[in-house]
Write a protein that binds this ligand. Structure first.
Ligand code: SAM
Length: 304
């Protein structure tokens, strides 16, 4: 297995964070460490990186990949929704730059046993942190039909959520374990095999996204991080967030706007928006890494 899966918009991230020698840099979603390696290179010889991920297995890969920078980084298993507490625990701060590259690593997506994808048949797990209770199977087995419909509607932005929830409940009544492909087939059968965007996307894609967001309480973690980041940044410090779907991107956009809007209305500008429009991958990157197509990068800077 390749250790590093194409990190998205690396040059743009390094530039948005304003990486330079020295300082404290936080990669709050370190994954396999692609962005982190670039940050460590740009902040050499004495910049320090704190790398966080919920997924212990992924952290081991990052540790291997960042070996050449030993002594300049620390890895912590944790949820970026608890960023303030993690920084306090490690005794580090204030932060010169923080990166949040949301969503899943392709390593997680590509491992069938993690249960994120319906390309292989596997138990429905979907936990980023396998030490936490509550798998997607638990959710799908126990939630009431209305609750499933709400999750699929809100987190999947799926307009056919009621039909899908009814089909899932009917399928589970038939007994036996609900697996990734069994769930995907039930969804496809319920909505006629036609996915979003004119059928180019599998009909179960939005449902899988919704369940994953619910299982990992992803929007709650993002909201907590967005609330905590302003106070954690050093003067001149920056935050850069890459989102992959509109729910996340909207939350980032609104939080950043609120910070910088307040700055416009009040006296001294405390924060500046570095991205009036979100950064998008260039054509070359899209060709090389089609999974980058939905990425939206937004960044703010605290006044120096
Ligand atoms: C898109 S990948 C990051 C890839 C990484 N930037 C790289 O260069 O390889 C997202 C990572 O964030 C982690 N993650 C997602 N939500 C998290 C959270 N709330 N707290 C900590 N890590 C999280 C996932 O486990 C995954 O490894």
């Amino acid at each position: 297995m390749a250790v590093v899966h194409d990190p998205v918009m690396v040059a743009e991230v390094v530039s948005a964070l304003g990486c330079r020698p020295g300082g404290l840099w936080v990669d709050a979603t370190i994954g396999a460490g692609g962005h982190a390696a670039a940050i460590l290179e740009q902040t050499a010889p004495d910049g320090f990186l704190l790398g966080i991920d919920r997924d212990r297995e992924i952290l081991e890969l990052a540790a291997g990949h960042l070996g050449p920078h030993a002594g300049r980084f620390e890895l912590v298993q944790g949820n970026f929704g608890e960023l303030e507490a993690i920084l306090a625990r490690t005794g580090r701060g204030p932060v010169n730059g923080v990166l949040i590259d949301l969503g899943l690593s392709s390593l997680q997506l590509d491992l069938p046993e993690r249960g994120f994808s319906f390309r292989a048949d596997a138990p429905l797990d979907m936990r980023m942190d396998r030490g936490q209770p509550g798998t997607a199977l638990d959710l799908v087995s126990s939630a009431r039909e209305e609750e499933l419909a709400r999750i699929i509607f809100e987190y999947g932005e799926e307009t056919r959520s009621r039909r899908i929830a009814r089909a899932i409940c009917r399928e589970r009544e038939r007994g036996g374990a609900m697996t990734t492909q069994r769930l995907a087939s039930a969804v496809a059968a319920a909505i006629g095999g036609q996915g979003p965007r004119g059928g180019r996307i599998h009909p179960a894609t939005r449902t899988f996204q919704a369940l994953r967001i619910a299982v990992n309480r992803e929007l709650e973690a993002l909201a907590s991080a967005l609330a905590a980041i302003p106070a954690l940044l050093a003067p001149g410090g920056r935050a850069c967030i890459i989102a992959y779907h509109s729910l996340e991107d909207r939350a980032v956009k609104q939080a950043f706007r609120a910070l910088t809007h307040r700055a416009r209305a009040a006296e001294p500008a405390a924060f500046t928006l570095l991205t009036k429009k979100p950064g998008r991958p260039g054509e070359e990157e899209l060709r090389r890494n089609p999974r980058s197509r939905s990425a939206r990068l937004r960044a703010i800077a605290r006044a120096a």
